[in-house]
Ligand binder design. Structure first.
Ligand code: ZN
Length: 279
């Protein structure tokens, strides 16, 4: 995420500066199709929006670039030389900062689309102008964009003096691809409790030394991935077969195919490789 981005709700009163437009049809983003790379539109003339939102601005050396999100109807065709593309397809085509801003935008657009009415009394909601929230004018219920926290954890273990890490694969993934373990946090649970529970449920393993690693918004559709590392403390691998097809211990010299470098999953594995190679 760009450090120079400042979120805001109220749009600028005057806006003659360049802007980035994050325009969604469903969960797909409108981009100028330039082959290997994709470019965000900076102005929009011919499209009809269902709704639009101000996101905030990117501070640059000489000026601020305002950012807007908007939604078009499902039957909308892209303008010439443009396409609607899923954010995963844009992983290596859009600049990283813009991609994560698109992740912010898609969650706001989706929240707006699915919270047009109060969930308690079905009255049409009103958008608040001082914070990202909606309020029911009838019963007063306030609704905020919902984020679903999930943990993601790398488990390290020395076997015969050689560092290993645990990687697993879901049966729905492409053959030969593995990642670290992840799972959603349950109501009432701490992140650390979630790490222990998910790993035990999915693999039967016990952990120690659970340490915070970092976090990453994951807009598929509305997660926040909270990353940890941990050390193996006991148990033999027993797969939860509804979740996992395989889980095993790997060394840096025997790694399978891994997730995109855009993901915190890959950053966890890359950090392991770096630690082992620096010893
Ligand atoms: Zn209400």
């Amino acid at each position: 995420m760009s450090l120079s981005f400042s979120p805001a709700v109220a749009p600028p009163t005057e806006n003659n500066t360049p802007a980035f437009w994050f325009i969604f049809r469903g969960a797909d983003l409108l981009v100028l199709d330039e082959g290997e790379t994709a470019v965000l539109p900076q102005s929009i003339h011919e499209l009809e929006f269902l709704r639009q939102h101000y996101l905030g601005w990117i501070e640059e050396e000489t000026a601020a670039t305002h950012c807007f999100a908007a939604e078009v109807a499902e039957e909308t065709d892209p303008p010439p030389d443009m396409q609607f593309a899923g954010l995963r397809q844009l992983f290596n085509r859009l600049p990283t900062d813009q991609l994560w801003l698109a992740g912010r935008a898609v969650q706001i657009v989706d929240w707006d689309r699915t919270h047009q009415f109060c969930s308690r009394c079905a009255t049409p909601n009103e958008i608040l102008d001082h914070e990202r929230a909606k309020k029911c004018p009838n019963c007063g219920l306030t609704t905020y964009p919902r984020i679903a926290p999930a943990i993601i954890v790398r488990i390290d273990r020395e076997i015969d003096g050689v560092p290993h890490l645990l990687l697993a694969r879901n049966g729905r993934w492409r053959r030969g691809w593995y990642s670290v373990l992840a799972g959603f946090v349950e109501p009432g649970e701490t992140l650390e409790q979630c790490v222990h529970r998910e790993v035990f449920e999915e693999t039967g393993l016990r952990l120690k030394n659970v340490r915070y690693f970092g976090s990453q918004p994951w807009p598929f559709p509305n997660s926040l991935m909270v990353g940890f590392t941990a050390d193996y403390a006991g148990g033999d691998i027993v797969l939860e077969e509804e979740e996992l097809e395989d889980a095993n211990w790997f060394t840096v010299d025997s790694l399978p195919n891994l997730p995109s470098s855009m993901s915190i999953a890959r950053r966890l594995v890359d950090a392991f490789i770096e630690e082992v190679k620096s010893k």
